[in-house]
Design a protein around this ligand. Structure first.
Ligand SMILES: C[S@@+](CC[C@H](N)C(=O)[O-])C[C@H]1O[C@@H](n2cnc3c(N)ncnc32)[C@H](O)[C@@H]1O
Length: 538
C-alpha cells in the first residue's frame, strides 16, 4: 500500500479505510484548550511583520454534531463498554465543551480501533486538560488489558514563565497514552535505548583492573528475597546466610575463572560488571531528553503545536518495523509522516486544514526529493473547487486558492491594518502583489474598484483578483484602466490582474504575471511558446 495524504475530516476518511490494515497509530488531536492556533508565515525582511492565519480551531461546543456523535457511540453495535462509559461521562460532566470534545474523540477512537491490526499499537498524545477522561475512554474502547503506558513528556527543561500562575504549579508536560489491541503487539525496546555519555560512563564504571573498567554488582541474595537452602554453600571461604548466593556453584566458578569476582574491604563477595559494547540506558515512561521545538529550532515550520521528529522517531522505532503502515489522523504539518518516511515505514496522514496538507507536501518534497505519495480530497477540478468553496470552513477555500499561486495567506478581511488583503505575493527585492480571493458566484466591478483602493492604500505594486466565478466585461475594463506596473529592467505587467481559479489550477503561479528581468521573460516566453501569464486579454 503506497503513502496517502488525505485532506478532510478524519472520521469520514477512517470510515473508508479497511479493518485491520494499520500497524501503528499516533494521534495528537487538539487538546480542548479552548484556543485557536495560528500559522506563522515569515514575511521578507523589513517589509511587514510576519503574517498569521488561523490554522485550526481547538474549541468544541455541545451541539447537533456532538449529539449525533454521542448517539453513534451509545448505540454502537460492538463497543458496549465505550457506550456505557460515554453515557456515564455525560451524566457526570453534562452537555458542555469537554463532553463535546470527548464524544468527538470517542467516535474516532472506535474507528481507529477498527482499522488497527491485532498486533497494532496506538499512542494518543494529549495534555492534562483531558488526559484523565481520555484514559478511561481508551480503557473502554481497547479494554483494560490494552493499556501499556502513560508516558510523561517533559516539554521544557526550564518551565516557561507563561506556564506559571500564582496559585498552582507550572505545567510543562504532555501525556502520551500507549494502548495495544492485543497482547501480541510488537515492541522493540532494544532500538530506543539511550546512549550514556563519557562522564556517566566514568561514574558508573568507576573501578578498574587489568581487564578494564567495571562496576560492583551483587552476588548474594538479600534476606527479603526469602531463604533458598539449595543456594547456601561455601565458596572461596565465604558461606552466605539463609537467602544464599544469586547463582549456582558452576556459574560462580565460571565467573571466578574469568576474573570477575572480588571481595570488598569488609570481606563481602561482589561481582565485576563489565560495560557492554554500547553502554546505554533503557527508556522508561518519563521522557525528559527530547525538547519541544523553539522559535530557533531548525525543523520548525511555523505550524502551531508542531512536535519534534525525535519524539515520533522514538515511537515509530519502538512500535513498528520498516514497511509497516503508520497512521496519523490529526497529522498537522506532518511530523509523524516525516519520521515514517525517514524510517522506511508506509504512512497515511489526515488533516482537516488545507494549510497543513500544503505544508506537508512541501516538507516532504524538500526532505525526500524522491518521495512518492497520493494526496486525496484537494480539489482537482473546478467542481472540486466549487465543493470546497461551498463547505466554507475556516477559510479553507481561500487558503487553498492562495497556495495555487504561491501566495502567503493574509488576514482574510479581518478588521485592522491588513483589511481587504487575503494574501500577498512578494517578489524581487521590494515588490508586493496583494491578492483578493472571491469564492462566491456574484462578483462585480465594485470589487475591482475596492482592490484598486487597497493597492493604493497599501502602496503595493500589483493587485490580483482570484475568483471562482468568471469576471464580467466591466470588471475587465476596470482592471485594464489601472494600467501597468513596471519594475526597473523588467517588462511591464498589468497592475490589476483578474485570475480565475480555473486558470490558477492550470497554470499555478504562472497564472499571475510578475515582473521578470527582461532576459528571463524572453527565455520563459520562448519556453512557453506564447502561453499566457495571468490577466485576461480584453
Ligand atoms: C495538535 S495539531 C497536530 C500537530 C502535529 N502532531 C504536528 O506535529 O504538526 C492537531 C491537528 O488536527 C487537525 N484536526 C482537527 N480536527 C480534525 C479532524 N476532524 N480531522 C482531521 N484533522 C483534524 C488540525 O487541523 C490540526 O492540524
Amino acid at each position: 500500500m503506497p503513502n496517502h495524504l488525505h485532506y478532510g475530516d478524519n472520521l469520514e476518511v477512517l470510515r473508508r479505510l479497511p479493518a485491520e490494515s494499520v500497524d501503528l497509530i499516533y494521534l495528537d488531536p487538539p487538546f480542548n484548550s479552548n484556543a485557536s492556533y495560528n500559522q506563522l508565515f515569515k514575511a521578507p525582511d523589513g517589509r511587514s511583520s510576519a503574517a498569521q492565519v488561523e490554522a485550526f480551531e481547538d474549541t468544541w461546543h455541545w451541539g447537533d454534531a456532538a449529539s449525533a456523535a454521542f448517539e453513534d457511540v451509545r448505540r454502537h453495535p460492538t463497543h458496549s463498554d465505550a457506550a456505557q462509559m460515554i453515557v456515564a461521562l455525560r451524566s457526570f460532566l453534562g452537555e458542555n465543551d469537554m463532553m463535546a470534545y470527548l464524544v468527538m474523540m470517542a467516535v474516532r477512537l472506535i474507528e481507529l480501533h477498527r482499522v488497527l491490526k491485532p498486533t497494532g499499537s496506538l499512542y494518543l498524545h494529549c495534555d492534562p486538560t483531558a488526559s484523565h477522561y481520555l484514559k478511561i475512554l481508551l480503557d473502554a474502547v481497547f479494554g483494560k488489558a490494552g493499556y501499556q503506558n502513560e508516558v510523561i513528556w517533559r516539554r521544557y527543561k526550564r518551565p516557561k514563565g507563561s506556564q506559571h500562575t500564582a496559585r498552582r504549579f507550572g505545567r510543562s508536560t504532555d501525556t502520551i497514552l500507549f494502548y495495544t489491541k492485543s497482547y501480541g503487539y510488537q515492541f522493540h525496546a532494544d532500538r530506543i535505548r539511550q546512549e550514556i555519555d563519557s562522564s556517566e560512563f566514568e561514574r558508573r564504571y568507576s573501578m578498574r583492573d587489568a581487564k578494564g573498567p567495571f562496576m560492583s554488582g551483587p552476588l548474594l541474595r538479600s534476606d527479603s528475597m526469602g531463604p533458598r537452602p539449595n543456594l547456601v554453600f561455601e565458596f572461596k571461604g565465604y558461606t552466605p546466610g539463609p537467602a544464599g548466593w544469586r547463582m549456582s556453584r558452576e556459574k560462580l566458578e565460571a565467573l571466578d575463572t574469568e576474573g570477575d569476582i572480588f571481595f570488598t574491604g569488609t570481606g563481602l563477595p561482589r561481582r565485576k560488571v563489565r560495560p557492554t559494547d554500547n553502554p546505554s540506558n533503557s527508556i522508561d515512561n518519563l521522557w525528559t531528553d527530547i525538547e519541544a521545538l523553539t522559535a530557533y529550532s531548525q525543523e520548525r515550520l511555523g505550524y502551531p503545536t508542531q512536535k519534534p521528529v525525535a519524539l515520533l522517531e522514538r515511537i515509530l522505532s519502538a512500535s513498528s518495523n520498516p514497511g509497516d503502515v503508520v497512521l496519523d489522523p490529526f497529522c498537522g504539518c506532518g511530523t509523524t509522516i516525516h519520521a515514517a518516511q525517514k524510517l522506511g515505514r508506509q504512512w497515511i496522514g489526515i488533516d482537516i486544514t488545507h494549510l497543513a496538507i500544503g505544508l506537508i507536501e512541501k516538507r516532504l518534497r524538500d526532505a525526500f526529493p524522491d518521495v512518492a505519495f497520493t494526496t486525496h480530497g484537494v480539489p482537482k477540478d473546478l467542481a472540486g473547487a466549487r465543493d470546497l468553496a461551498a463547505r466554507g470552513r475556516f477559510h479553507e477555500f481561500e487558503k487553498w486558492a492562495l497556495s495555487l499561486v504561491n501566495a502567503q495567506p493574509g488576514n482574510f478581511g479581518k478588521k485592522g491594518a491588513d483589511r481587504g488583503i487575503d494574501g500577498n505575493i512578494w517578489f524581487g527585492k521590494t515588490g508586493r502583489a496583494i491578492v483578493s480571493v472571491k469564492a462566491g458566484e456574484n462578483v462585480g466591478v465594485a470589487m475591482i474598484r475596492d482592490l484598486r483602493g487597497v493597492i493604493e492604500r497599501e502602496e503595493a505594486d500589483i493587485g490580483v483578483f482570484l475568483t471562482l466565478a468568471p469576471p464580467s466585461r466591466p470588471m475587465l475594463t476596470e482592471a485594464a484602466a489601472a494600467g501597468t506596473f513596471t519594475m526597473e529592467d523588467c517588462a511591464p505587467v498589468p497592475k490589476v490582474q483578474i485570475v480565475t481559479i480555473e486558470q490558477a489550477m492550470a497554470l499555478r503561479e504562472r497564472a499571475v504575471a510578475l515582473p521578470l528581468r527582461r532576459a528571463d521573460s524572453f527565455r520563459r516566453a520562448a519556453r512557453e511558446e506564447g502561453g499566457r501569464q495571468g490577466a485576461f486579454e480584453l
